[in-house]
Design a protein around this ligand. Structure first.
Ligand SMILES: Cc1cc2nc3c(=O)[nH]c(=O)nc-3n(C[C@H](O)[C@H](O)[C@H](O)COP(=O)(O)OP(=O)(O)OC[C@H]3O[C@@H](n4cnc5c(N)ncnc54)[C@H](O)[C@@H]3O)c2cc1C
Length: 89
């Protein structure tokens, strides 16, 4: 009898895990809290894990640039200021 496994989260990590478990003969069920076309990092990133894209984030000057971007609503790193105690600490 094959093992049964349930994976929570259908992002790239959950689906990759599901694929390898299935290849090992396990009966896999993937459960996500939202439809496939909503949210999650893998949706925003089009399902890619691309180490080469990470290098610019580690480049000199990025910390200062990130601090400036936090205040610019047009930037990719904008964080909208709001009174939300869940984000306070
Ligand atoms: C715009 C953008 C660009 C990026 N660029 C890069 C890049 O260039 N290189 C790189 O390496 N990485 C990049 N990343 C990061 C990369 O996309 C993430 O690290 C990766 O997608 C995370 O995958 P994950 O499966 O862990 O999480 P997710 O893709 O977030 O999947 C988690 C899933 O779990 C579900 N879930 C959460 N809680 C529950 C629950 N309680 N029950 C059921 N389901 C649940 C969520 O709905 C979601 O679908 C980028 C991310 C973004 C948003």
């Amino acid at each position: 009898m094959s093992q049964k496994i349930t994976i929570l989260g259908g992002g790239v990590i959950g689906l990759s895990t599901a694929l390898y478990c299935a290849r090992r003969g396990m009966k896999v069920t993937v459960v996500d809290r939202q439809p496939a076309d909503r949210g999650g990092c893998s949706f925003g990133n089009a399902g890619m894990i691309v180490p080469s894209h990470f290098i610019p984030l580690a480049a000199p000057g990025m910390v200062m640039m990130g601090l400036k971007w936090m205040w610019n609503p047009e930037s990719p790193f904008y964080i909208k200021p709001r009174l939300d105690t869940a984000h306070a600490g």
